[in-house]
Design a protein around this ligand. Structure first.
Ligand code: SF4
Ligand code: FES
Length: 252
């Protein structure tokens, strides 16, 4: 928060703690200026009004992916969402389709678990040999481009009704590896994606692409993945599942 705060905004914040029967909303009036972000406002509440408010963040500049929330129902990175870009009352909820741990903090375990171990599309970081890892961590893994924020999963209407769906981020990364083919085992990747809970489960709603803050374009990548799968199934005289598709996929 800067010194030139000029006005007050009301935030409605989702509250939930272990042992609560139901979540509830608490309202806070927060001093803000033109540049105040949702994350700064939440931090102000935590520092000045309620130390027990649970939130998660790290980088403050849209690279760590830890501060994802829903702001007035839309998936956003709280650290780069300015309150001045939102009119009226601001309601902050945790991401959807993931278990809520505490207030607006969700358990990212089910997001990461969508990348099964051992997995053909996950590889160790190239920087591992020059970097130090934190105590208790043997190695880092990364999924190129994606900041692993989970916004796409939160926005996905399929994930809302089917928690077995592999989801936009993991499928997008699989397609990215096919595209770049840096030593990837194409058949292993396609086998993994070619399952009922994989690429065929997508309804082509494109909500994930709209939510993604990192230009991964997961929906387009899932459509590209299905195009590859469709050709592979035809080559093998296998049935091609009928699924909702984008215009570009339908013409492939
Ligand atoms: S694909 Fe985009 S929205 Fe999904 S986890 Fe990665 S960066 Fe976040
Ligand atoms: S705090 Fe790192 S992405 Fe928002």
């Amino acid at each position: 928060m800067t010194d030139d705060a000029v006005t007050t905004r009301r935030l409605r914040v989702h509250r939930f703690k272990r042992g609560d029967h139901q979540p509830h909303i608490e309202e806070h009036d927060v001093p803000v200026d033109e540049r105040t972000t949702v994350l700064e406002a939440l931090r102000w509440i935590q520092l000045h009004q309620d130390l027990t408010l649970g939130l998660r963040h790290s980088c403050f500049h849209a690279s760590c992916g830890t501060c994802g929330v829903r702001v007035n129902g839309k998936e956003r990175l709280a650290c780069v969402t300015k309150l001045s870009d939102i009119s009226g009352t601001v309601t902050v909820d945790p991401l959807a389709n993931l278990p809520v741990l505490h207030d607006v903090v969700v358990d990212m375990g089910p997001f990461v678990a969508r990348y099964p171990e051992p997995h053909p599309i996950v590889r160790g970081s190239e920087f591992l040999s020059e970097s130090r890892t934190a105590d208790g961590i043997d190695e880092h893994e990364r999924y190129e481009d994606c900041i692993e924020c989970g916004l796409c999963l939160s926005a996905c209407p399929v994930a809302a009704t089917d928690d077995t769906y592999l989801g936009p981020a993991a499928l997008a990364y699989a397609q990215r590896l096919l595209e770049e083919a840096r030593g990837a085992d194409r058949d292993a990747i396609l086998d993994w994606a070619d399952q009922d809970t994989g690429a065929w489960r997508c309804h082509a709603a494109f909500e994930c692409t709209e939510a993604c803050p990192s230009d991964v374009r997961p929906a387009q990548r899932i459509m590209a993945l299905r195009k590859e799968l469709r050709h592979r199934r035809k080559d093998r005289d296998l049935e091609v599942p009928e699924r909702p598709s984008s215009a570009s996929e339908a013409s492939a």
